[in-house]
Design a protein. Structure first.
Length: 365
């Protein structure tokens, strides 16, 4: 599944530093209030200890983790919604992503210039939120006129869409993001094609100094309060320290660095996992002598749909799925052992795949 998270933020908040830690790609991250024009894309491995355990058991020829694409989108500026600073291009790049990682500067450093002169992450958040909200409001207003005419003519779907559009419009005019509007599943289907920028799931990453990496600081507390009603997640990361960790060659060295900071897991690893959750994704596995592999699927998908992730023929000709729970596989140590004690479930088309399931699909085309 080609899923993307876009990293956004004002210039010089640590966005490119964080991207460089996440990816093998290297953006030009200079200490000036400027930013790259073209987005950089990195394919990020999702850390999963379960895959490593399966590989230990089966000793396969290949181990293939699941991935997410991270897009480093050039910094937005005031007026982006009206095309300032190549704003239309930046906004288009955001629209193409599935979720947003919004980096906020939560550290003081007089050697790193801030575009607005002072460090205030809530103000910075407001600048980008406003630009995205204005663009969404433009989208909504353009659609309202068309829907109103159709609704007046008796189109029931248009009437439903019109009512939802008005709710979005009211929220946006109050300076609220579209994601704060509560919609049911059927209502979301009715307006799925709007693709509103502020309706995308968002993870706020508070970039702090090393001393604040564990407990945060007054800036992160302010951000936490500001997003309380947004249905969004927040993560505290010290990007400069993460850059130092990334330079270390061995796992042991990296772990020692983290322990010295008082952390159990790197911010980069936590961020990747948070992004995975943000997109409401889970993982199923296939494993054997040839390959142990993690596969990404959306929570709630049924067996034939997940089979189609491997190959469309698997979904088209789906017969049944053999399912082993991860805990059983690890405890018993092999597929054969699971089969011998009846720990392989035979599931049909209505089976809802669970996170960690080890799957074998039977199909005929």
């Amino acid at each position: 599944m080609a899923l993307q998270c876009g990293i956004v933020g004002l210039p010089n908040v640590g966005k490119s530093t964080l991207f460089n830690c996440l990816s093998n790609a290297r953006a030009q991250a200079a200490n000036f209030p400027f930013c790259t024009i073209e987005p950089n894309v990195g394919v990020i491995t999702v850390p999963d200890e379960r895959l490593m355990k399966l590989a230990e058991i089966d000793n396969p020829k290949r181990v293939v983790p699941t991935t997410i694409e991270i897009v480093d989108i050039a910094g937005l500026v005031k007026g982006a919604s009206k095309g300032e600073g190549l704003g239309n291009k930046f906004l288009a790049n955001i629209r193409n992503t599935n979720a947003i990682i919004h980096v906020l500067r939560c550290f003081e450093n007089e050697n790193i210039t801030h575009v607005d002169g002072t460090v205030d992450p809530v103000r910075d958040k407001g600048i980008i939120d406003t630009e995205l909200q204005l663009k969404d409001l433009e989208t909504i207003e353009n659609r309202i006129g068309k829907c109103q005419k159709q609704a007046t003519a008796g189109d029931k779907l248009a009437k439903r869409q019109y009512d939802i559009l008005l709710r979005y419009k009211e929220a946006l005019e109050q300076g609220l993001s579209a994601r704060t509007v509560e919609l049911g599943a059927e209502e979301r289907k009715a307006v799925w094609d709007l693709n509103l920028l502020t309706d995308k799931p968002v993870l706020y990453v508070c970039n702090v100094d090393e001393a604040s990496a564990v407990t945060g600081n007054t800036h992160t507390e302010a951000v936490k309060a500001a997003i309380a009603n947004e249905h969004a997640e927040m993560l505290i990361v010290a990007a400069s320290a993460e850059a130092d960790i990334a330079e270390l060659e061995t796992y042991e060295e990296r772990q020692m660095f983290l322990q010295d900071m008082g952390l159990e897991e790197s911010g980069v690893s936590r961020l990747i996992k948070a992004a995975y959750r943000l997109l409401d994704l889970q993982t199923f596995f296939t494993t054997g002598a040839d390959e142990s592999r993690a596969w990404t699927f959306r929570r709630g998908m049924k067996a034939p749909e997940t089979a189609g992730i491997i190959h469309t023929d698997f979904e088209r000709g789906f017969i049944r799925a053999e399912v082993i729970k991860y805990a059983d596989y690890v405890e018993l140590g092999s597929e054969r052992a699971c089969r011998d004690v009846g720990k392989i479930g035979i599931e049909g088309k209505e089976y809802v795949v669970e996170d960690g399931d080890i799957m074998h699909f039977l199909f005929n085309v």
